[in-house]
Ligand binder design. Structure first.
Ligand code: ADP
Ligand code: MG
Length: 336
């Protein structure tokens, strides 16, 4: 690699702040007259090439079991949907086709959601961008490709190269599905719902900065989520949430700098090059899947795209832009 410097930083600050805010209650049983004793348990573990944190509030007899079953589900989804997995995503990418009727419910939902999100983002969220991601070498070995490599990858990227005929999903030769911009949000949603269905009174799931949280009012839990400053170690603000989802995409997560230019892992499907001008995008929504995909697309499309997203898909968007002089500006939009 020829880059002069390179940084890959997980979104630990969000997490650390959140955990420190919650630490005071973490070991204290919550006792209410006539109801079972609620305890809070947590786990931090690798998932989807990053780290996940699970926090569960449940009665003392079932909290540990719920946490363990969340972990098991995460392992399965990681293998099926992750780029390093050996499951469904890798089977589709290596075969270039799949029978729709054989797709798992997870893959079917992810594909449907991805197509919808692609539509509302002018295709700036592009799940068929895998060939392009691969020539840039993100996340493991980023390199600056030459323009011929970018052109060849662009020629097989984009949803025009994915089609459904009858009951078969086809990818053109060389086209690769990449669910990296939505899978962490989706898996957060799935594991959160699983925890609640399994009896958690409240739960939070965070995977690489994409968060889903909520709980029964009786559990008395309000979640405090920090929005990180993309150019510093501090936080921009703390969000208080009873239930919902928040995702952040940023050019500081995985990037390298060459000849003074920053090249990040969020790619513009129109040009084949990393987005520039957006330092971070935070989206608050009812769904972590939607928030995750929107945050990625808006990192590419900036405030112009953020201004067009339907109100039903989010509650708040915060876009941090950076101009050529390094000046930072914050833009916000609340859903009506
Ligand atoms: P993070 O992985 O840091 O949470 P994102 O959610 O923004 O960040 O996802 C970035 C990943 O999504 C990239 O590593 C790549 O695999 C994929 N990707 C990059 N650009 C796009 C894009 N325009 N549309 C869809 N997926 C993308
Ligand atoms: Mg994303």
């Amino acid at each position: 690699m020829t880059s002069s410097s390179r940084g890959i930083r997980p979104r630990t600050v969000v997490l650390l702040l959140m955990l420190s805010l919650l630490a005071a209650v973490a070991v204290r049983p919550m006792i209410r007259p006539g109801s079972p004793v609620l305890v809070e348990v947590r786990r931090r573990t690798p998932v989807l090439g990053t780290y996940a944190t699970y926090i569960v509030v449940a009665d003392s007899g079932s909290a540990g079991r719920i946490l363990a079953s969340m972990d098991s589900l995460a392992r399965i989804l990681d293998d099926e949907l992750g780029i390093y997995g050996t499951g469904e995503l890798s089977r589709i990418n290596s075969a270039g086709r799949a029978h729709i009727s054989d797709l798992s419910a997870d893959m079917e939902y992810l594909l449907e959601t991805s197509l919808l999100l692609s539509e509302v983002t002018d295709s700036l969220f592009d799940p068929a961008i895998g060939a392009l991601v691969s020539v840039w070498g993100f996340p493991r070995q980023p390199v600056l490709p030459d323009s011929a490599e970018i052109d060849s990858a662009l020629a097989v990227s984009g949803l025009a190269h994915l089609r459904i005929e009858g009951d078969t999903l086809f990818l053109d030769e060389g086209t690769l599905l990449d669910l990296g911009a939505v899978a962490k949000g989706y898996v957060s949603d799935r594991i959160y719902s699983h925890a609640r269905r399994s009896g958690a009174a409240a739960a939070l799931v965070e995977i690489g900065g994409e968060i889903r949280c909520g709980g029964d009012p009786s559990a008395g839990r309000t979640w405090r989520l920090a929005v990180r400053d993309p150019r510093g170690e501090g936080t921009l603000e703390i969000m208080e949430m009873d239930s919902g989802a928040m995702a952040t995409s940023g050019d500081y997560e995985s990037f390298f700098i060459k000849d003074g230019r920053r090249y990040c892992h969020i790619l513009d499907p129109r040009t084949g090059y990393p987005e520039t001008g957006t330092a971070s995008v935070t989206v608050v929504s009812h769904s972590a899947s939607i928030a995750d995909a929107l945050a990625t697309a808006i990192s590419v499309g900036g405030v112009t795209l953020a201004g067009t997203v339907p109100d039903s898909l989010f509650t708040l968007m915060i876009v941090i832009t950076e101009d050529e002089t390094g000046a930072i500006e914050q833009w916000r939009r609340e859903a009506r």
